[in-house]
Design a protein around this ligand. Structure first.
Ligand SMILES: NCc1[nH]cc(CCC(=O)O)c1CC(=O)O
Length: 306
């Protein structure tokens, strides 16, 4: 059955690309789709790091209000920005196939961190990237390198790099690839070098939980392997306190039915060291993926993560 579907979306270039992507997929199945663009608190606060102003919920609240008031039917999110527990009455109806989950190094002058000149400044505001970079730089005996805050949408961050405020910045490869900015990438960190954030690279579609009428339209967009991987990753985050503003990485990969999960935590104020944990399990459903995530989180805590 063909439906009339309105998509609530933020208005950054990346958010609009993602909403247009979902629109095209739904239109290909004969649904009539309209976009409802909106500005969120998270888009307006550009001068402070997100963890200090309330975290990622800031990017989804206004979209949820539009769903609640019936102004939109679905909201498209970068899954990384979606809180571990949605407010009562909302559901993550669909997780789509993941883009590249890794982090990218963007720098006009330095092919990798090893090329950084003395005293160089790297830009990032993510606590996860900060603790992972600190650990990496410490191993390289590069305590001279500074890591400084970098906020704003992708274009803003690239502009600040081009203006010379930073020697390099670290961004999600997925966002750069979606906006055809992959030519800016000098190096993609392997997950051994820099473990990705829970949900990085995946898109999630949120609805009011009661909207069973949308299930048929959304089912063809869902990707079961991504769903299992991100369920495990998000279970680590939830078990570690649920906050998205944690210096925490969690990344899972599926080989057949075998789900491998790794997690890392670093103390932003402490020594530049990482606490890590990993595990694997045969998964036939989301419960086993979540159980693996909880087990790895318990190991991470036992190893000293807070
Ligand atoms: N926090 C902002 C955000 N949310 C999702 C992405 C990238 C795309 C993705 O992970 O799907 C980004 C930009 C970045 O981290 O560089």
């Amino acid at each position: 059955m063909s439906l009339q579907i309105t998509i609530a979306t933020r208005e950054s270039r990346l958010a609009l690309w993602q909403a247009e992507h979902v629109k095209a997929l739904l239109e290909a199945r004969d649904h009539a789709v309209t976009l409802l663009g909106m500005t969120t608190r998270g888009d307006q606060i550009l001068d402070r790091t997100l963890s200090k102003v309330g975290g990622k919920g800031l990017f989804v609240k206004e979209l949820e209000t539009a769903l609640e008031e019936g102004r939109a039917d679905i909201a498209v999110h970068s899954l990384k920005d979606v809180p571990m527990d949605l407010p009562e009455g909302f559901a993550l109806a669909c997780v789509m196939a993941r883009e590249d989950p890794r982090d990218a190094w963007v720098s006009p002058g330095c092919a990798t961190p090893a090329d950084l000149p003395p005293g160089a400044v790297i830009g990032t505001s993510s606590l996860r990237r900060t603790v992972l970079l600190r650990a990496m730089l410490s191993k390289m005996q590069r305590d001279d390198v500074r890591i400084e805050p970098l906020r704003g949408n992708l274009d803003t961050r690239l502009r600040k790099l081009d203006e010379g405020q930073y020697a390099a910045i670290v961004l999600a490869a997925a966002g750069l690839k979606r906006l055809r900015l992959a030519d800016r990438i000098r190096h993609i960190f392997s997950s051994d070098e820099m473990l990705p954030a829970a949900g990085q690279g995946a898109l999630g579609i949120e609805t009011i939980a009661a909207r069973a009428d949308l299930a048929g339209a959304l089912a063809p967009l869902a990707d079961q392997s991504t769903w299992l991987a991100v369920a495990a990753e998000r279970a680590v985050s939830r078990a570690m306190g649920g906050s998205c503003s944690m210096p925490l990485a969690a990344h899972a990969t599926l080989e057949g039915k075998r789900l491998h999960l790794r997690a890392a935590w670093g103390d932003p104020e402490g020594a530049p060291r990482l606490v890590t944990a990993e595990g694997a399990a045969d998964v036939h459903g989301v419960d086993a993926a979540v159980a693996l995530g909880e087990r790895v989180a318990a190991d991470l805590r036992a190893a000293g993560a807070r």
